[in-house]
Each structure stands twice: as structure tokens, then as C-alpha cells.
Design a binder for this molecule. Structure first.
Ligand SMILES: Cc1ncc(COP(=O)(O)O)c(C=O)c1O
Length: 500
């Protein structure tokens, strides 16, 4: 032990009433050491004199000293006394460390993949989302049967068997998977067993697990253009090359895809209701698209996000129902049909992907909350999902009709709605001379949410248009919203003219 300097008395702050004596003494000495008020190697007064100085029981002082010795702040030398440790100060005091270390400091870095996520953010919408009218991301939350959901949830929680509290299968809560397999046979024409169904937190997580399992760095992925930007962002983030494939009146133009990039490993498509243009892929196109995938060894990711909610005619069966089971990965979500914060959805997998998905999930997120899955399962098997979906279809048809009516009445010469299949959102083509960014910005100033179509484009140019959400718009507010939109578009037209 090098030369030491004895302390005659300790200069410590007074104890607060709510702090125990031993805790106070320990904290004060430790802090003095870390802040270098007690220098390394310094000898502390004996436990007897500390107990006298601060009127503490000797055992309290011995206890605090022992703890500091155990943790390495103090060193005890038989026959010599107790000293401030030399090593602890060097390794724990950041000021001291910075002074003593002469090395070049190298900041820890994120991975290339991490950087990819940063470089491919989900589009920052021009609006700040405080705009509440025509929100694109919300279903009719005002019409969700909260009381019924609470009743179903309450019953499930009251009767929760202990096995519900245990970990479950990485592929999801088995009874829910069975209920889904049963439901998609009737509603989407998909014949599958519960073994092929995997519960996820929704489309985004489904895309994520599939992208990690089937794509390597540099693999090419077709995405409808314009298309679901969150899918394109994710594919880029995992290192894939995203190729925009145009959409025509029959859906994704896969032949154009072959011309620009024949070797796509995966194609992302929304055959039931193309997002955002609202086109239903024709039967002829489905057969040809599937044939392309089967003969080129490619995957199709079928995002069937709003099939349950289609209110104009009977929806075509899913593309997956035409597959012999090996190329189409089917995805659907409850977040749109029920409520956005539910975060539950599912995949129906080709058999070759079941084991890889189970292996990947076991070491990543495992599975969504089993209690939520069980509540959803009761909601489905109790017939409430079917009933709610029927109600929502009627409600959305009403909201859509009101939207079309008032746009026709108020926005003539400014905005023309697309004639494709009516759905939960609408694409409005702007009159020549109105810039979509200016229009979206002005609309946001009037409390109206909209997405410029360019934010959903990948490679191909489109005419200027705005995408609006209709599902969450209460009918009594639609007329008022459209009138406000008229003012926004008139301002946008003047701004666009001045900018030219
Ligand atoms: C094209 C498309 N797919 C999927 C979803 C649903 O995604 P998630 O289940 O992750 O909420 C949406 C939601 O807006 C969507 O627009």
C-alpha cells in the first residue's frame, strides 16, 4: 500500500429523516469516493471514531464499511485500517478514467442493416397527423363495440385457466389458429389446416418475418407501383432491391415486371383491393401471375388486408385459394377490421415455410400476448367478428356513398374520384395545375389528412392525386370536411400557379 493520508474526520452531508442510518453512511462515503473528495489510498477514521462523530451505533458503521469493502470501494488491511480503494476509482469515475486513458475513443456503431432502416423510413407524411378528418390509417373506431369486447375479455380473464398463463406455441394460440383456418375456408376459399396458420401482430410483422426468411442481400422484390409504402420500406431495410411494377385495370402488371426484372425472388401484391388504387385483380391476371411465380420459383406475398370489409359485391376468393400450396404466402390483419391498437394478424404459410418461421419466431418475438389471442379467439368463435364485419360493411358503404356524393357536389373542377372499386379509402385525381404536395399541405392546415400519391410511388410516375381515408369519417362531418377541402384546394391551386 503506497503512502496514505489519514482522515481525522469525515465531512458528510446531514442525513435526511426518511433515509436509514446505515444507508446514509454508505451512500455518503461511496459518493465522496466516486466524486474524488476522498482520494484513492486515503485512510478512513476507525469505525469507533466514525460512530462517535455521527452518534451512530458501532454495528451500523461496521455494516456500512463492510458493504463498501465487499463492493470494492474500500480496502481493509488487518492492523492498518480501512483505505479508499485505488482500483475502483480508476474504473468507475468517468472523469478520472478520461484523464488516465490516452486511447483514441471509437464510438460503437450500428449495423448496415440498422442504417438501412434509418435510410428507409416509413414515409414521413406531409401532414402532422393532428389532422383528424379522413384519416387513412384508422377504421371506424367510433363504431367499435367496446362494451361487447370488454365483456368477452372479462369472461376470458375471469375463467383463465393457469395453462393460459404459460408460454404458448411460437406459431400462436392453437384455438385461434383453428378458428382462423375454419373462417378462411368460408370467407376466402382457402383450404388449410391450423398447422399452416401463424399468429402475428399484423401485416408489418408478417412481412418482416417473411422478408428475413426468404430474402438475401440484393434479392429483387416486386412491389405494386404505386403501392403500400410500408412494405417497400421494409424490403429495402433488409437489403433487398425493390422494383416498382405498374398496376393497370386488372391489377399488378406482372408482364411489365418480367420485362424490367425477370428474376424477382418475391412479389408483394394486394389482389383483393390494390392499395391505393382500389383495383381488384382479374381472374385471368391471377391465373397468369400465379403461373409466373410457379414457373420462376418466386414467392407471392398476398396482402389481403381489407377483404372482409369489401362492401361492393362479393369479393373474389383469395389468390392463395388457387395455389397448390407452395408459392403464395397469405397475410391478413385484424387491426383494420377490429381496432388499430389490437395488433393481431395472421399468415397462412406454404408448408416449407412453417418450420423456418417457427424457428425464427422462437428466437425473436416468439408470439403476441396469449391473453389477447384468447380474447380474439372467443370473439371469433362467438360469432361476434362475423357480426361486426357485416355491420362495418354497411357502415363503410354509407360513408363511401356520402363521400362520393359530396365530392361530386362540392369539388367539381378540382378533384375527380377514381372509378375503381369503392373501399375504405379513395384516390382523388387533382385537376391539372394543382400540385399534390401543396394540396396535401393546405388540406392539413384545414385539419384534413391526405396522402400525396407520390409518397406511394416507387419507380413510375403518376398524375397528381391525393389518397383519403373514408372509414373513420363520421357521416355528419363528411360534408363539412369536403367543404373545408374545397378551400384548401383553391388555395393550393393559387400556390401552384404562383410557383410555376
Ligand atoms: C395495404 C395495407 N396492408 C396492411 C395494412 C395493415 O397493416 P397492420 O396489420 O400491420 O396494421 C394496411 C393498413 O393500413 C394497409 O394499408
Amino acid at each position: 500500500m503506497p503512502k496514505t493520508q489519514p482522515l481525522l474526520s469525515l465531512n458528510l452531508r446531514a442525513r435526511e429523516n426518511n433515509v436509514g442510518r446505515k444507508r446514509w453512511l454508505y451512500d455518503e462515503i461511496r459518493l465522496a469516493i466516486v466524486e474524488r473528495r476522498f482520494a484513492p489510498g486515503m485512510r478512513l477514521p476507525s469505525t469507533r471514531s466514525v460512530s462517535e462523530q455521527f452518534r451512530l451505533a458501532r454495528g451500523t458503521v461496521v455494516g456500512a464499511f463492510d458493504q463498501l469493502v465487499t463492493e470494492g470501494y474500500l480496502e481493509s488491511k488487518v492492523g492498518l485500517g480501512t483505505f479508499v480503494s485505488r482500483t475502483i476509482v480508476e474504473s468507475r469515475d468517468p472523469l478520472n478514467r478520461a484523464r488516465s486513458v490516452r486511447h483514441k475513443l471509437i464510438p460503437a456503431a450500428i449495423s448496415k442493416r440498422g442504417q438501412n432502416y434509418l435510410n428507409n423510413p416509413f414515409p414521413q407524411l406531409w401532414t402532422d397527423r393532428s389532422a383528424t378528418m379522413f384519416r387513412l390509417d384508422l377504421p371506424a373506431l367510433d363504431a367499435f363495440p367496446v362494451k361487447l369486447w370488454n365483456r368477452v375479455a372479462g369472461r376470458r380473464l375471469r375463467n383463465a385457466a393457469p395453462k393460459l398463463l404459460k408460454q404458448d406455441d411460437a406459431l400462436g394460440f392453437r384455438p385461434l389458429r383453428e378458428a382462423i383456418a375454419h373462417d378462411v375456408a368460408a370467407s376466402r376459399g382457402i383450404k388449410c389446416s391450423a398447422d399452416e396458420v401463424v399468429i402475428t401482430t399484423g401485416t408489418q410483422q408478417s412481412l418482416n418475418v417473411i422478408a428475413h426468411l426468404v430474402l438475401d442481400e440484393g434479392d429483387k422484390v416486386w412491389v405494386e407501383d404505386p403501392g403500400y409504402a410500408a412494405a417497400a420500406c421494409l424490403f429495402r431495410a433488409v437489403g433487398a432491391r425493390v422494383i416498382g411494377v405498374p398496376v393497370d385495370a386488372e391489377g399488378i402488371d406482372w408482364e411489365a415486371g418480367v420485362r424490367s426484372c425477370p428474376q424477382a425472388k418475391l412479389a408483394y401484391a394486394t389482389p383483393g383491393c390494390q392499395f391505393p388504387l382500389g383495383i381488384t385483380m382479374s381472374l385471368r391476371r391471377r391465373a397468369a401471375f400465379l403461373h409466373w411465380a410457379q414457373t420462376s420459383g418466386s414467392w407471392i406475398f398476398e396482402d389481403d388486408y381489407d377483404s372482409q370489409l369489401q362492401f361492393s359485391g362479393r369479393p373474389l376468393a383469395a389468390l392463395k385459394s388457387m395455389d397448390d400450396g407452395s408459392n403464395v404466402i397469405y397475410s391478413n390483419s385484424f387491426n383494420k377490421v377490429l381496432f388499430s391498437s389490437l395488433r393481431l394478424g395472421f399468415l397462412i404459410l406454404p408448408s416449407v415455410l412453417i418450420e423456418p418461421v417457427a424457428a425464427a419466431r422462437a428466437v425473436t418475438d416468439r408470439f403476441p400476448s396469449v391473453l389477447n389471442q384468447a380474447v380474439l379467439c372467443d370473439f371469433v368463435t362467438g360469432g361476434h367478428l362475423a357480426q361486426h364485419t357485416r355491420r362495418m360493411r354497411e357502415l363503410y358503404a354509407e360513408r363511401h356513398a356520402a363521400f362520393v356524393h359530396f365530392v361530386g357536389k362540392e369539388l367539381d373542377g378540382l378533384l375527380t374520384l377514381s372509378t375503381s372499386r369503392p373501399g375504405l379509402h379513395a384516390v382523388g385525381w387533382l385537376a391539372p395545375g394543382i400540385d399534390e404536395l401543396a394540396a396535401s399541405r393546405e388540406a392539413a392546415r384545414d385539419g384534413i389528412d391526405s396522402l400525396p400519391l407520390s409518397s406511394l410511388r416507387i419507380d413510375h410516375d403518376n398524375k397528381h392525386a391525393l389518397v383519403f381515408g373514408i372509414a373513420a369519417a363520421e357521416p355528419r362531418l363528411i360534408r363539412q370536411g369536403i367543404r373545408r377541402l374545397k378551400q384548401s384546394l383553391l388555395r393550393a391551386r393559387s400556390i401552384s400557379r404562383r410557383a410555376r
